[in-house]
Every structure is written in structure tokens, then in C-alpha cells.
Design a protein around this ligand. Structure first.
Ligand SMILES: [Zn+2]
Length: 398
């Protein structure tokens, strides 16, 4: 994902895009004064000043007194001694890679499309090449990358480390991703499900900061959830907690890709939504459905409203079980906002225990499409030995 894609509207994404512009300018131009950074990036001097202060606090840049044009000046440069960490998030149709000095200090990112039925080897090769490319652009070597977090959009067995489903991501079945990626990257690798990582990203750097009990729901081609309990990510016995997409909504419903009948995902996953529109609208992509719904297309709005209703029933179950303070909606489909949120809220209020439903707040994701890759960086930072600079940074933001 490039910076302009990372910034659809919100204050947080605007700040993130500005931060990336400053870091990229320093990476490409070398040390500069704040006036020069403002001139080079087109950002206002006040914005640059705030950004540099923030980057200095997090250790991503170094400040050095100097003389410029006969005057005293402070030169800002990328922190050379920084340990680098990387986050890799495989989506259903793409892979995104981010390189940073901490989960908040991303110095570069790249995205590449992946075919839906790609083999694991191909996905991992492409991700490794993207990472190498980012590292070289930053003027570093792979030896500077000390840890990598990887997200997979399927259950990952935390005991065996393998992608734990025969049918959810067929090309990755049984692959021990951490070991395979470690072989390619020569750095320690942590692997988790992308919904878990998105929850972790929002917990450390986004809308779930300070929340004790929360749920992150990822609505994309599939649907998944990451659970925050007692202020930390809850993975369950084998790492597959939060598989909300495969909760049974109707025992006699359509057969799901997991082999069960009537899973939530058969109603609100991309395949179900697109099938429902095929006879009236012809072949559409998920992105088409989102765009058309936002433009007011009644059919597209209707299937998304129905999806919101079904989602609310499943979420009511979660609310009764866990009594969370906050539920965050993220993933591509969350971009339709109230088209899904309003019917979801109505179902939730109808189906959950009133006191639990009344105490839960529904929020939109703050990190948006970056939540999983930021979570991957958080999980990478956690692999570093205590004392590494980046770990201190990661801890300071929690
Ligand atoms: Zn299923």
C-alpha cells in the first residue's frame, strides 16, 4: 500500500501519511533541517516541527546541531543505529509489507496483488522480495532486520505453527510458515492470524488502546475476529480463538468452504454477497459492491444491510459470552460504515442481553487497512531481546 492509499480521510491516516512523507524524504535526501524538510515535502513548518518531535521521542530520527548557511541549525536524520523490524500481512488477494523502526515508525511499505489460489511458496517468495526491496531502498541490508511478524488470513495453530485449516486457504495447507519464512529472511519470525494481528495493532497503536476487553472484527473476503481480554490478545488453546466467520448461524444453511453448513461467512463473506448479486448485477468484485453501495445502488445496499443483520446475530453471541467494552469493525467492507453498522446494531440489541448490549460501544477501525500489518510489527517487536532499542519503543506506546 502506498502512502496515498493509506490516507482515506481520517485524521489518523493523514498524520500517518505525513509522517511517512517526512521519513521517506529523510531516507531519500539524507539529513535535512526542518525548514528543508518542509520545503521538500510541502508540509507546513508547524506540521514538520510536531512530526520531528514525535519521531525524535520514538527514536526514529536523530537530531544533531550544525551550521547551515552560516547559521546554527539542527539537522534531522534517520536514526542510523535503529534496529529494523518488518510486518507482512497476507490478504485474500494481496500481500502488504511494512518496514519500520517500531510499530509506529514505518519507514516504507509495499503491496503486491496475489491470485486467490496462489501457492504458499509463491506468496512467501513475493513477500520476501518486497521486503528485500524495502530494505535496500532504506539503504540497509537484511542483516539489519532483526524480527518479522507475519499474518495469514486463516487459522494458525500456535502449537504446531502450521496453517491450521484444510480448506480456508488451500495453497497454504499444513505449511509451517514461521520456519519457511525464517529460511528466506534469516531473522526470527512470528506467525499469527491476520484478525488477531489487526486486534493487536489496534490495541497497541489504534482505537483499542487502553481497552481491557474488546473485539476486532475483520470484514473482507472472509470474516474473522481478534479478541482482547484483560488488556491482551486472547488466542485460545491452539491460537484459533475468534473464528467468528465459522460460527453456525443456520444448521440447514448453505455449505461453507470449511465444510460446515450455515456459517456466518456463507452469509456475509464475499462469495455469499457476490452470489446474491450475480443474477441481478452480473459478475462484480467486492470493491464494486462497496463502491456501488456507497453510490446508493439499492441491490448492493440490500445485501450489505442483510450482512449487517447476520453479523449482529453472531456478535450478540460474542457480547453475551465476553461482555466487551468495545467492538471495532475493520477490513474492506467496514468502509460502507452505517450501511452495515446500523442493521448490525439493531440485531445486536435484539439478540444480546440488554445490559451487555447497552454497555458495548461500536467503533470503526483507526488503523483501517493497516491494522494487521501494524499488528505484525508489534508481534515482530515482541521477538526482540530486551534492551533492543525498538522494543523500548514498542513498549512505550502500549
Ligand atoms: Zn465455515
Amino acid at each position: 500500500m502506498n502512502p496515498s492509499q493509506a490516507a482515506p480521510g481520517s485524521q489518523a491516516s493523514l498524520r500517518e501519511a505525513n509522517r511517512l512523507r517526512v521519513l521517506e524524504a529523510l531516507r531519500d535526501q539524507g539529513a535535512m533541517t526542518q525548514v528543508e524538510i518542509a520545503g521538500f515535502t510541502g508540509l507546513s513548518p508547524a506540521t514538520v516541527s510536531n512530526m520531528v518531535k514525535e519521531l525524535d521521542t520514538s527514536g526514529a530520527v536523530e537530531l544533531e546541531p550544525s551550521i547551515r548557511n552560516g547559521r546554527r541549525a539542527v539537522l534531522v536524520s534517520l536514526a542510523t543505529g535503529s534496529t529494523l523490524i518488518a510486518g507482512i500481512a497476507f490478504g485474500d488477494r494481496d500481500v502488504r509489507v511494512a518496514l519500520g523502526t517500531s510499530p509506529r515508525d514505518i519507514i516504507g511499505r509495499q503491496r503486491m496483488p496475489l491470485p486467490a489460489d496462489h501457492a504458499a511458496d509463491e506468496g512467501m517468495d513475493r513477500a520476501s522480495r518486497l521486503l528485500l526491496d524495502l530494505v535496500e531502498k532504506a539503504g540497509k541490508t537484511m542483516a539489519d532486520v532483526r524480527a518479522v511478524g507475519v499474518g495469514i488470513p486463516a487459522p494458525v495453530d500456535s502449537v504446531s505453527g502450521q496453517v491450521g485449516s484444510e480448506s480456508i486457504l488451500p495453497g497454504w495447507r499444513g505449511v509451517a510458515v514461521a520456519a519457511e519464512m525464517q529460511g528466506r529472511i534469516q531473522a526470527p519470525v512470528a506467525v499469527d492470524n491476520t484478525s488477531n494481528l489487526a486486534a493487536l495493532g489496534e490495541l497497541r497503536c489504534g482505537v483499542l488502546q487502553g481497552v481491557q476487553h474488546g473485539v476486532y472484527i475483520k470484514l473482507s473476503y472472509g470474516v474473522g475476529a481478534g479478541l482482547i481480554l484483560d488488556g491482551d490478545l486472547f488466542r485460545g488453546a491452539a491460537g484459533t480463538a475468534g473464528e467468528i466467520g465459522h460460527l453456525t448461524i443456520d444448521e440447514n444453511g448453505p455449505v461453507c468452504r470449511c465444510g460446515n453448513r450455515g456459517c456466518l461467512e456463507t452469509y456475509i463473506g464475499a462469495r455469499g454477497l457476490l452470489d446474491a448479486l450475480a443474477s441481478s448485477h452480473g459478475p462484480l468484485s467486492l470493491r464494486d459492491v462497496i463502491t456501488r453501495a456507497l453510490d446508493g445502488d439499492p441491490g448492493c445496499r440490500r445485501v450489505l444491510e442483510d450482512a449487517g443483520r447476520h453479523l449482529g446475530v453472531a456478535v450478540a453471541g460474542l457480547v453475551n459470552l465476553l461482555n466487551p467494552e468495545v467492538i471495532v469493525l475493520g477490513g474492506q467492507l467496514s468502509r460502507v460504515g452505517s450501511i452495515i453498522l446500523s442493521p448490525m446494531r439493531a440485531s445486536l440489541e435484539r439478540c444480546a442481553i440488554p445490559s451487555a448490549a447497552a454497555s458495548v460501544v461500536l467503533r470503526e477501525s483507526e488503523l483501517e487497512m493497516d491494522a494487521d500489518v501494524v499488528g505484525a510489527l508489534v508481534s515482530a517487536a515482541a521477538l526482540l531481546p530486551a534492551g533492543a532499542g525498538v522494543l523500548a519503543t514498542a513498549v512505550s506506546i502500549s
